[in-house]
Design a protein around this ligand. Structure first.
Ligand code: IVH
Length: 751
């Protein structure tokens, strides 16, 4: 091809990018609309006559493509965590003190940023090109919404303004997709004209838009983005703090928050939070709080993260929208672990775009602290999350004959569902129904067992779960394996007057997915069993460190975590240098010295063995004192898991699993131990439709053989596992000379 045409094309693309950036990122248009349209037309004409020039990075590729059938799942290279939240400035101060205590010899500085109220997203750039964009999902994996994100003009399709030497080979930018307030108003008024339903707020409109499978439609939505973080980064300029990150993001061509504060004390942080609150109304997008982050990345690494959130950041939320209404009654709900939650039944009221008729009251202690009574006029609030809460009572409107709430008098000391005994939990403030066969619990456990994030059993939602329990067809989730087609087909989901049968099709689907669950991994099974306190992240973690249920039931790792907790408590009690509890005599001191040294030794050796397994890391060696350490799973979860395995229900469940010949596997190796095996260190991409296994299964096989999977094909990809109807990824792999395996070849290799 004529080189000059190629040059002309490249310079046109670059020019349009520059103007796009000025307009969409910097909000400083640098060209008139007509001139811009003329340039754009020129580009389209050139592409029409030379289609071979078009790359996925061309500005013309932002208009959306063919609708997708569904979104692929993308595994995040680094988890997308959420943040600990607070509404109290005192807690912000406590957070700052806490971090300072963890880093006693460091002078800390903080960054305060607006908390954008949108949808979290990760954008991956490989060799400077935008390759994959994904939603947060469960933090570990999310939906591949690349095509939708490409249509957002403020997302650069390639990283800008950098020299070859400064180009990271991988750069993941993280931020929030938002809809500007003006864009939202316009969108809603158009929808009103077209007789379509209106979005309640910009956040819902953003979420709804990103979920669209038709990117051409998304291109018409006024979406925008603001970036504040990073995921995986390989190569490129040194980014070692939040302030430097913002500079780098800006240079790469991303939109970052206009206002950020760099603070060096709790007072400055609180002042910044207040200042942000005063100015945020003038922003063109919704914010619901401030995020406070430790600036330096090396210090962040030293204090680490918990299962859900980093220890080095916190979100302060500004007071949410409130409404006033009447509390008609208080009912009690029984959760899947038997917890009794009082629920406020309210006179329906409009709040933040939706009608609210129920709100959580958390537990009876909270009710007495706030002195909430039936018949009261109450203030309710929706705090970002879905469940609204009762905040306070308007005492002036209280009826003279109202009585304080007493959970025992309304429950009469019995579970409102099964009539069984209830008990106050020792560790928690909640009351709990201790009858494990309580139908309300059983139904919720069954529904949980079948959830998409657990064993993904089709056609088994709330109603079917309730009915299966009510009709005594199922008592515990494993009874699902005994259900017959006949029993299910005729299951009446209605009542005697208005019968509504479950039907053959649904029955077959349910039975098939029950059978499919046999092959799922230990992570899914563990989560599915509704062990108190065991969430999804922790379940996956435990599955990475244990081979199967049997090894978890006798877990050395968890026993070590529990023992360490006891030893640490003992160490605090006997510490001879304790200021609060000084030795009473010289001999007492010597005795305590000896005992203390022994305990420190025991702690050190237990921590050592956990560190070797990759289950703990030492945050600070303390010399004479026990080391400071963090474990992947804390003592409270560890106790709960071990108690469950020791309980009647735990033992019965394990026996049943053996009878049913179900033995789900974990990986035992720990997360980082993948340097062995056929595919050690190799990078896979999976594409197309696999017929003999699911993508999850394929991925597990690759990982079991030491390999890793990513989502986009690049020079670094070693293998492409291609199923039926493989599309652009296959083409790209062939172009780059990546080894392509079909399913049969893959299976025979690992055999
Ligand atoms: S940092 C590990 N910074 O808030 C740190 N998050 O409540 C993760 N968000 O999932 C997030 N503005 O969707 C961070 N300036 C900001 C943010 C922000 C909004 C969202 C984000 C996150 C959620 C956590």
């Amino acid at each position: 091809m004529d080189n000059s045409i190629k040059q002309l094309y490249t310079s046109l693309v670059e020019e349009i990018f520059r103007y796009d950036r000025a307009y969409y990122v910097d909000a400083q248009p640098a060209i008139s609309d007509q001139d811009y349209d003329r340039l754009y037309r020129e580009l389209l004409d050139l592409e029409a006559s030379h289609p071979e020039l078009i790359t996925s990075c061309s500005p013309s590729q932002r208009v959306g493509g063919e609708p997708l059938e569904g979104f692929d799942t993308v595994q995040h290279a680094l988890p997308m965590m959420s943040l600990d939240n607070t509404y109290s400035q005192n807690e912000v101060r406590e957070f700052i003190d806490r971090v300072q205590k963890l880093l006693p010899n460091e002078e800390l500085d903080w960054v305060v940023e607006p908390k954008a109220d949108g949808i979290a997203i990760s954008l991956r750039y490989e060799d400077g090109q935008f390759t994959v964009g994904a939603t947060r999902g469960d933090g570990v994996s999310g939906d591949d919404v690349t095509e939708n994100l490409r249509t957002i003009r403020s997302i650069p399709l390639h990283l800008q303004s950098i020299t070859e030497a400064d180009l990271p080979s991988v750069f993941e930018a993280r931020g929030e997709v938002i809809m500007t307030r003006s864009g939202f108003e316009k969108l809603n008024s158009m929808r009103e004209t077209d007789g379509e339903s209106l979005f309640a707020n910009p956040r819902n409109a953003t979420a709804g838009s990103l979920k669209q499978l038709d990117s051409a439609l998304v291109a018409k939505r006024p979406l925008d983005i603001v970036l504040y973080g990073n995921g995986e980064v390989i190569g490129g300029p040194l980014v070692d703090s939040q302030c430097v990150l913002f500079e780098a993001l800006g240079k790469f061509g991303f939109r970052t928050p206009k206002h950020i504060w760099n603070c060096s004390s709790a007072e400055q942080v609180v002042a910044a939070i207040d200042e942000l609150d005063r100015i945020r109304e003038s922003f063109d997008y919704d914010t619901d709080g401030a995020v406070i982050k430790l600036n330096r990345f090396d210090l962040r690494d030293r204090i680490g993260v918990t299962a859900k959130a980093p220890r080095w950041a916190m979100a302060y939320k500004y007071a949410a929208e409130q409404a006033q209404t009447l509390l008609n009654s208080i009912t009690i709900q029984v959760g899947r672990t038997g917890t009794l939650t009082p629920v406020a039944e309210l006179e329906p009221v409009l709040l933040d775009g939706s009608t609210i008729s129920r709100a959580t009251l958390h537990n009876d202690e909270e009710i007495s602290r706030k002195d909430i009574r039936v018949g009261d006029t109450v203030i309710i609030e929706k705090r970002g999350d879905v469940i609204p809460a009762v905040i306070s009572v308007v005492k002036d409107f209280r009826l003279s004959d109202s009585k304080p709430f007493d959970i025992l008098s309304i429950t009469e000391n019995r579970c409102p569902d099964c009539g069984g005994a209830i008990q106050k939990d020792r560790e928690f403030v909640a009351w709990r129904c201790i009858n494990h066969d309580c139908p309300a619990q059983a139904a919720q456990r069954l529904e949980h067992f079948a959830a998409r994030t657990a064993l993904d059993i089709e056609c088994l939602g709330e109603i079917v779960s309730d009915k299966l329990i009510e009709r005594n067809l199922v008592c515990s989730p494993l009874d699902l394996f005994d259900l017959t087609l006949e029993q299910l087909r005729s299951l009446n989901l209605g009542n005697a007057d208005e019968p509504r049968t479950f039907g053959e099709k649904n029955a077959i689907k349910l039975i098939e997915s029950v059978q499919r669950s046999r092959s799922l991994g230990l992570d899914k099974w563990l989560f599915a069993l509704a062990i108190p306190e065991l969430g999804r992240t922790t379940a996956s973690l435990l599955a990475k460190f244990h081979k199967d249920f049997a090894s978890l039931a006798t877990s050395e790792i968890l026993n070590n975590v529990i023992e360490l907790d006891k030893l640490n408590e003992r160490a605090v009690r006997v510490n001879p240098r304790s200021r609060k509890n000084k030795p009473t005599s010289e001999s007492d001191r010597t005795e305590r010295e000896n005992y203390y040294t022994q305990i420190v030794d025991q702690i050190t050796s237990r921590v050592d063995s956990l560190v070797r397994l990759g289950f703990a890391s030492v945050t600070k060696e303390n010399g004479y004192h026990p080391p400071n350490y963090t474990t992947e799973v804390g003592p409270s979860v560890a106790r709960s898991v071990m108690n469950w395995f020791g309980s009647t229900i735990g033992c019965e469940t394990l026996e049943r699993l053996i009878e049913l010949d179900i033995d789900p596997k974990g990986s035992e190796q720990g997360p980082s131990n993948n340097d062995r095996g056929l595919y050690a260190g190799k990078i896979f991409v999976i594409t197309g439709t696999l017929s003999g296994m699911s993508r999850e299964e394929a991925k597990a096989k690759i990982e079991a053989n030491g390999g890793k999977t990513t989502t986009s094909v690049s020079k670094k990809t070693d293998y492409l596992l291609a199923g039926e109807k493989a599309g652009s990824k296959l083409q790209k792999a062939e172009l780059l000379g990546v080894t392509v395996l079909d399913e049969t070849a893959f299976l025979s290799q690992i055999d």
